[in-house]
Design a protein around this ligand. Structure first.
Ligand code: RIB
Ligand code: CA
Length: 325
């Protein structure tokens, strides 16, 4: 009797909306290996849309991943697009030369693609958004029923404490706070994985060295990418580890025991120039009785308030290494 491996846990069906970006690139590989990834949509953010789209296709080429990639919004709902070249470089994926993509993005825009994927299997698709939320907001505004078709939205963004792009705001939210406000109020179940936890999932030089030493094609590419990302993090934030932001949103689906959550209102600040893009949460844990007091908002999202950061990074690095086996 041939021994059979234990059945894989049922794989959550997801669509990944991203702005590759080094941590987005890790998220694409991790999602491909651990989840039922039905498609990738790209948005401006770490680098302009043309780069995020090319980078997503190049990561797919690197690992032989054949899922549709649809390009989305090139600018926020209000204002001009920002970028994070100071961290991700001029291409958005500096540090390694990835294979030239042989595939092109879909002719279809990311917004209708996203809506169609959700409509095709109501209640089954989880949207994981790890860039500015412009695509998601436009999709919710275009088709309000999307909120009911999605199983949930898990987003990397915001923070319950310090920011990164400003003292109070996290980059994805700050890129398009109006879009974030639409998403939190859109009616779909939302889980927010913010800087307050992702900064605890640190990629260290030892991880880079392990990828390089493994010698495989994917390992070598990510050693170059993450070596660059770590160097820029040291130069800008004077930290010895680089935050593995985006894969933390996927670990919420594959390894839920690694994160802890709290229900909370989330106010996205739009008006104050100094606080714009801040995600103000209420973690006081007040009783339902207190919630009746004036000025207290009802909970609107589950926010990650704890993570086993070391285990999180080990899970993702292990999947990068497994690509070469
Ligand atoms: O603030 C971190 C987030 O902004 C991550 O998603 C990173 O890729 C950038 O998009
Ligand atoms: Ca990102």
């Amino acid at each position: 009797m041939t021994p059979t491996a234990p059945a894989l846990p049922e794989r959550t069906r997801i669509l990944l909306d991203c702005d590759p970006g080094h941590d987005d690139a890790m998220a694409i590989v991790y999602a491909a290996r651990r989840l039922d990834l039905v498609g990738i949509t790209t948005v401006f953010g770490n680098t302009p849309l043309a780069n995020t789209t090319r980078n997503a296709l190049a990561v797919c080429e690197l690992i032989g991943l054949d899922v549709p990639v649809a390009a989305g919004m090139a600018a926020p709902l209000v204002g001009a697009p920002a970028s994070a070249a100071h961290i991700h470089g001029s291409t958005g994926l500096d540090g390694a030369v990835l294979p030239e993509p042989r595939r092109a993005p879909l002719a279809q825009h990311a917004v209708p693609f996203l809506i169609e994927q959700a409509r095709a299997a109501p209640g089954e698709l989880t949207l994981v958004a790890v860039g500015p939320l412009t695509n998601v907001a436009v999709a919710l505004r275009t088709e309000p029923r999307l909120a009911g078709w999605l199983r949930e939205i898990v987003l990397m963004g915001g923070s319950t404490d310090v920011g990164n792009i400003t003292p109070q705001a996290e980059f994805n939210i700050h890129c398009d706070p109006e879009a974030a406000s639409v998403v939190f109020a859109g009616g779909a179940p939302v889980r927010m994985v913010g800087l307050n936890v992702t900064r605890q999932a640190g990629i260290a030089q030892a991880h880079v060295d392990r990828l390089a030493a493994a010698g495989g094609r994917v390992g070598r590419a990510f050693a170059g990418l993450l070596g660059f990302y770590l160097a820029r993090t040291r130069a800008v934030y004077r930290r010895d580890t680089a935050a593995m932001h985006d894969p933390c949103a996927l670990l919420a689906l594959t390894d839920p025991g690694l994160l802890r959550w709290q229900d909370t209102p989330v106010h996205v600040e739009l008006a104050s120039p100094a606080l714009r893009g801040m995600t103000a949460c209420d973690l006081r844990g007040l009783s339902d009785e207190a919630r009746g007091l004036p000025g207290l908002a009802a909970p609107i999202a589950q926010v990650a308030v704890g993570i086993d950061g070391a285990a999180a990074v080990d899970r993702v690095i292990a999947e990068l290494l497994a690509c070469d086996r």
